[in-house]
Design a binder for this molecule. Structure first.
Ligand code: AMP
Length: 284
């Protein structure tokens, strides 16, 4: 992989990287398409990273569909796929981990202690091995990409992090490899996440700015669906991921919901698109 990337750079190619854990769906492929439109060499990685799974999370159960994944990546025009073994990434006596302070402890990090330490470490390693000019991540994992941006800035990495929009099913469910775990009743109930966000969006469009009110809308919409059990519904500043009292600056509405054993996350970004920040809000 290092040789391939050295060659590409020697030829003045623009290298794009899309890190994934496989079980590829159209959300992943949207990142590939974006990279293809901006880079002359596009590399993807498939690595189910053991260090980002907690002891109670099922690393062994994570879907692995390598053959189908490689077919999809080939059809999408990816130049190479990096599929390392866990022992190559974390050889015996591996000792070094990256921790992005404070951003990593809350929300996803509180429910999943150590998760972002594993993510930041493997992404830094992938950046070091593949040396991309651009790396593509989905806004689906909003806190993750914020942490990667922070790490890239803090460690002076020569990588531009590109954040891409969430790809959804026609009924609004955000595409996720974890959707494969849902039984048909849970799959039907899973649309509650997007419905909750849409209701909060409607309230924002009608002038609601109070975070507590918006949180109540999210909570009630999830409570309405008996198969859903809420982990968190938060309104946070898009930069710090600290809870806000009122929507004034760019914010995320964040949801994490259990359906049986499966945990799904979704979010909506609220940004100001004009100088009059409080008046003109764009919802992404
Ligand atoms: P994963 O394989 O789950 O680690 O995801 C690899 C990349 O794909 C991450 O940057 C995710 O944020 C992104 N991704 C996953 N699902 C979606 C989606 N529905 N829309 C856009 N990006 C996504």
């Amino acid at each position: 992989m290092k040789e391939a990337t050295r060659l590409a750079r020697a030829e003045n190619q623009i290298v794009g990287l899309i890190p994934t854990m496989g079980a590829l769906h159209d959300g992943h492929l949207s990142l590939i398409r974006r990279a293809k439109s901006e880079c002359s060499k596009v590399f993807a990685s498939i690595f189910v990273n053991p260090t980002q799974f907690g002891p109670k999370e099922d690393f062994a159960r994570y879907p692995r569909t390598l053959e189908a994944d490689v077919e999809k990546l080939t059809a999408a025009g990816v130049d190479a796929v990096f599929v390392p073994d866990a022992a190559e990434i974390y050889p015996a006596n591996y000792r070094t981990y990256v921790n992005v302070d404070s951003l990593s402890d809350r929300l996803e990090g509180r429910t999943r202690p150590g998760h972002f330490r594993g993510v930041a470490t493997v992404v830094l390693k992938l950046f070091q091995i593949i040396q991309p000019h651009f790396a593509y991540f989905g806004r689906k994992d909003a806190q993750q990409v914020r942490i990667i941006e922070q790490m890239t800035r803090d460690l002076n990495l020569d990588v531009e992090v590109v954040v891409c929009p969430i790809v959804r099913e026609s009924d609004g469910l955000a595409l996720s490899s974890c959707n494969a775990y849902l039984n048909p009743r849970e799959r039907a109930a899973a649309t509650a996440l997007h419905r909750a966000l849409a209701q909060a969006q409607a309230a924002i469009c009608n002038g609601t700015r109070d975070a507590l009110q918006l949180q109540t809308i999210l909570r009630e919409a999830i409570a309405h669906e008996p198969l859903c059990s809420l982990d968190y519904a938060e309104i946070v500043d898009a930069e710090t991921f600290e809870p806000v009292v009122r929507i004034a600056r760019p914010c995320y509405l964040l949801l994490a919901v259990f359906l049986g054993r499966t945990r799904l996350i979704d979010n909506m970004l609220v940004t100001s698109s004009a100088s009059d920040r409080d008046e003109l809000l764009t919802l992404l």
